[in-house]
Ligand binder design. Structure first.
Ligand SMILES: *[C@@H]1O[C@H](CO)[C@@H](O)[C@H](O)[C@H]1NC(C)=O
Ligand SMILES: *[C@@H]1O[C@H](CO)[C@@H](O)[C@H](O)[C@H]1NC(C)=O
Ligand SMILES: *[C@@H]1O[C@H](CO)[C@@H](O)[C@H](O)[C@H]1NC(C)=O
Ligand SMILES: *[C@@H]1O[C@H](CO)[C@@H](O)[C@H](O)[C@H]1NC(C)=O
Ligand SMILES: *[C@@H]1O[C@H](CO)[C@@H](O)[C@H](O)[C@H]1NC(C)=O
Ligand SMILES: *[C@@H]1O[C@H](CO)[C@@H](O)[C@H](O)[C@H]1NC(C)=O
Ligand SMILES: *[C@@H]1O[C@H](CO)[C@@H](O)[C@H](O)[C@H]1NC(C)=O
Length: 635
């Protein structure tokens, strides 16, 4: 209603006329309930913020992206802390290199950006398991995101490490963090456990003090607001261009009758799953709604402002009607592209912000240079079972029934399950996943001959052939754990027995695979090339490794790698895992390669794990354009 809008504008004007009586120089950030706004150093403050995830951007580009956000007119950024990124092994936390959160905060502070911190412990973010470490699943009875003792114990241990590190970075303590979110969209989780939220509130207050603004963010329905909000945590909402602004903020008002209006996630774009159409959100709609919200005096965070990349195995997945995994690119159709380039959408947003705030003087930093290095022809290194000495240094575990990734304590990537055929298969015989227990894809070979694949929720039976005693190799891929909803307890591997005809397959040798470790140590390029000569004559079907080198040409510019006619796999360059490619499912066709990863003087080492079958040309193409939007198979 127009009247509603007028009321909010009036409230905002009242807010702007407030003058604090703070001792000069004192740093303060608080909520002014009387005047419906935030107060910074005693003065009304409205944030115009953008989300950026340091875990999705190589460290050497952090500053570049932050400067571009600052030059767009933002006065704050919003940042998730992915617990599993920092504590991959229980009890061992890492805060160095690409995980150096304090360095990131420091760069933001130097740039002149305030920070809205979202430390979870659950973050969603389309990130593997919503940021929760998979080792939590070792306790089969654990109830994630609840007051469950095992879960809360792990959460307390983590927050006791993270939050004391953050305390000096609070604005009130001389840093740039103005507010801290507790949990994330908790109201959309089935558990609705107020004791859990109370525990979190106690922990956040204990470690961060009484003066920091703590808040929650929830989707825009009454049910979500009921379960996600808690006394003492300021309730905010999130919504995109498909939502009526007045109605959304009216809902926030029902739970927070006074205080600033906040849209904590205003969606500038959206994520892609493999097999989706590439999501795009119209820039004009974004600008119009941003202008309307800012006119109301609302505080807005744009999610995402810079999306980045799901490098390695960090993509999440959804499971509504079926399991759908998130693509490698997290471009998000955001104002800054995956490679950090300003877009038309960014310029449109900056024009809106100009009407409300002074924006910094000076030009927008340009796009980073891109280079089309051209074709590189790869050669076959070998298949999985032939390379186990190198990629499975720990060797196999024997087990009558298959064990999960979690039971094997290998949480990410790929694992090999090996057994033998119990009898002759004189005709093609169905290999069945009766309980849909393949999480998430199983590539099946018999005596090294590729038979096809089983896929969670999609392909539950294939025919195989072979003779009694033949080796059955089943390479299982973890496609990323579910990050949203009631199915986040997402175990990986073979979760139940497979049936061959009428027989249950048993007596497994299960090989944990440390592919990333081998590649980080220089393999396969460090091996004598002779050792791969035999592989040149092997067939191209089925899971296998391929290698090649990109000759240095003096440039270390960003580039995009295109896998024309390759099927699906994983790509490493110079030891760094850049994520999955799957052109045959789409929509993403190219993988982003950050320039600083490339050497200007040494041969750049390319390693590919192709899972289904390589094309005869064995070529990959380094191009200067991202291609994120093709769904159909193309040549
Ligand atoms: C938003 O909702 C209000 C109240 O329901 C309505 O009056 C208004 O027309 C709606 N605005 C838009 C843009 O649809
Ligand atoms: C943040 O930046 C301001 C202004 O440059 C500086 O005075 C302050 O010391 C910085 N804070 C931290 C924690 O580095
Ligand atoms: C803009 O948003 C409106 C309202 O949600 C929608 O109907 C319209 O299709 C959008 N325009 C474009 C170009 O996406
Ligand atoms: C399985 O097939 C092989 C080759 O045809 C044959 O030698 C063998 O006797 C068969 N085994 C059984 C149990 O039928
Ligand atoms: C797999 O690799 C091993 C060792 O190099 C080789 O003996 C075997 O023939 C290969 N299998 C296939 C189907 O290429
Ligand atoms: C398996 O083979 C049988 C017999 O040839 C055939 O009828 C059936 O359709 C095949 N099933 C699959 C999943 O290919
Ligand atoms: C590529 O691998 C070779 C052989 O191990 C090594 O000498 C070279 O330094 C590697 N290149 C880069 C850029 O690391």
């Amino acid at each position: 209603m127009a009247a509603g809008v007028l009321l909010f504008v009036a409230a905002n004007l009242a807010c702007l006329s407030v003058r604090g009586n703070l001792v000069s120089g004192e740093r303060a950030f608080s909520i002014d309930y009387k005047n419906n706004c935030f107060l910074k150093d005693g003065r009304p403050f409205q944030y115009i913020s953008g989300s950026i995830h340091y875990s999705r951007i190589p460290r050497y580009y952090w500053k570049d992206r932050l400067v571009k956000m600052y030059m767009s007119g933002l006065n704050a950024i919003q940042v998730y802390v992915p617990w599993n990124f920092h504590e991959a092994v229980q009890g061992v936390q890492s805060f160095t290199g690409d995980r150096d959160l304090e360095h990131f905060l420091d760069l933001a502070n130097q740039t002149g950006l305030l920070v809205i911190l979202r430390p979870g412990p659950y973050i969603c973010a389309e990130w593997e398991m919503g940021g929760l470490p998979a080792w939590l699943l070792q306790k089969p009875k654990i109830v994630l995101r609840s007051a469950d003792t095992d879960y809360m114990q792990a959460v307390s241990n983590w927050l006791a490490v993270l939050l004391p590190k953050m305390k000096p970075w609070l604005y009130i303590n001389g840093g740039n963090i103005i507010s801290v979110q507790v949990e994330n969209e908790y109201g959309s989780y089935y558990a609705c456990d107020y004791n859990y939220m109370r525990h979190l509130r106690t922990l956040f207050r204990f470690f961060l003090g009484e003066d920091i603004v703590l808040f929650t963010t929830d989707g825009n329905t009454d049910k979500e607001m009921m379960c996600g909000t808690l006394q003492g945590l300021y309730a905010t909402v999130d919504f995109g261009t498909d939502t009526n602004i007045t109605e959304a903020f009216d809902r926030q008002r029902r739970f927070e009758p006074r205080g600033p209006l906040v849209n904590s996630e205003f969606y500038t774009g959206w994520l892609d799953h493999w097999g989706d159409q590439h999501a795009m959100v119209d820039a004009q709609n974004i600008s119009r709604m941003l202008g309307e919200m800012l006119t109301m005096g609302a505080n807005v965070n744009m999610y995402m402002f810079e999306g980045g990349t799901n490098f390695g195995y960090w993509n999440g997945a959804d499971h509504d009607t079926r399991f759908r995994s998130v693509v490698t690119s997290y471009d998000y159709d955001a104002p800054l592209s995956e490679a950090g380039d300003p877009t038309e959408k960014l310029l449109a947003i900056r024009d809106v912000i100009k009407e409300f705030n002074d924006i910094p003087f000076g030009p927008m930093p340009p796009a980073t240079p891109k280079f089309a290095y051209g074709f590189v022809t790869l050669r076959k290194v070998g298949n999985i079972s032939g390379l186990l000495k190198t990629i499975s240094p720990l060797g196999p575990v024997k087990s009558q029934n298959p064990l999960t990734f979690e039971e094997m304590k290998q949480y990410y990537g790929y694992m090999l399950y090996q057994t033998t055929l119990p009898r002759n298969l004189s005709e093609p015989t169905p290999l069945i996943s009766p309980l849909n227990g393949v999480h998430d894809r199983a590539y099946v070979s018999v005596n090294g001959v590729f038979q096809g694949l089983l896929e969670r929720d999609t392909v539950l039976v294939i025919n195989i052939t072979g003779q009694q005693g033949d080796t059955v190799d089943i390479l299982v891929e973890n496609m990323g754990r579910v990050n949203f909803g009631s199915k986040i307890k997402d175990y990986k591997g073979l979760l139940s027995n497979l049936i061959l005809g009428k027989d249950k397959l048993t007596d497994w040798m299960i090989y944990p695979l440390d592919i990333d470790g081998a590649i980080a140590n220089g393999w396969p390029h460090s091996d004598s090339q002779q050792s791969f000569a035999a592989a040149q004559k092997e067939p191209l079907a089925g899971p296998a490794f391929y290698m090649g080198t990109l000759k240095p040409n003096g440039l270390a510019w960003d580039t995009f790698l295109k896998f024309t006619l390759w099927m699906k796999g994983q790509i490493w360059i110079n030891g760094v895992n850049l994520g999955r490619y799957w052109p045959n499912r789409g929509p993403q066709q190219t993988v982003y390669i950050p320039g600083p990863l490339l050497s200007t003087t040494l041969p750049n080492n390319i390693t590919v794990l192709e899972l289904e079958g390589a094309p005869a040309h064995l070529r990959v193409l380094f191009t200067d354009r991202a291609q994120l939007g093709v769904t159909a198979e193309q040549s």
